[in-house]
Write a protein of this length. Structure first.
Length: 142
């Protein structure tokens, strides 16, 4: 079980760090990409980001499911629930806001869509950061 908890913490903190980088660097810099170059930039950004996020996201999802189905001895139920919620928030924001925003931006830069993407990405950053904290609490208590 320690391996599951370690994997969850590692994936959670990787995602948190990547998300903070996207929040503070990548997404804001989208606004300075030239309008004619932006569709190519976005076309390159999306698949590269999927490669960067995908494996850690899969580990986070699998370990969270594992904890829900086979909670470790000594782990507080509320921490496991918090792990599930904080893992779910970025998924929901990604599917309902980020993916559609990137699809729109693939056709060309739109400052309104870009602002919404940056603003709502903060929810993903918060979710992954809180997930990392919960994962550390689970490690400390299990």
């Amino acid at each position: 079980m320690d391996g599951v908890l370690l994997a969850q913490a590692a994936a959670g903190w990787f995602l948190a760090g990547l998300s903070w980088t996207v929040q503070l660097v990548n997404y804001p810099l989208m606004a300075v990409v030239g309008r004619s170059e932006f569709p190519a930039y976005e076309a390159g950004h999306a698949p590269r980001m999927a490669v960067a996020v995908g494996p850690a996201w899969a580990v986070q999802g699998a370990t969270t499911l594992w904890l829900l189905l086979a909670p470790p001895a000594g782990a507080a139920t509320w921490l496991i629930a918090a792990a599930a919620v904080t893992a779910a928030v970025p998924v929901l924001v990604t599917l309902t806001v980020s993916v559609p925003a990137h699809a729109r931006l693939a056709r060309g830069f739109d400052p309104v869509v870009h602002r919404r993407l940056v603003r709502t990405h903060a929810l993903r950053t918060l979710g992954w950061t809180l997930h990392g904290l919960v994962a550390l609490a689970l490690l400390a208590t299990a």
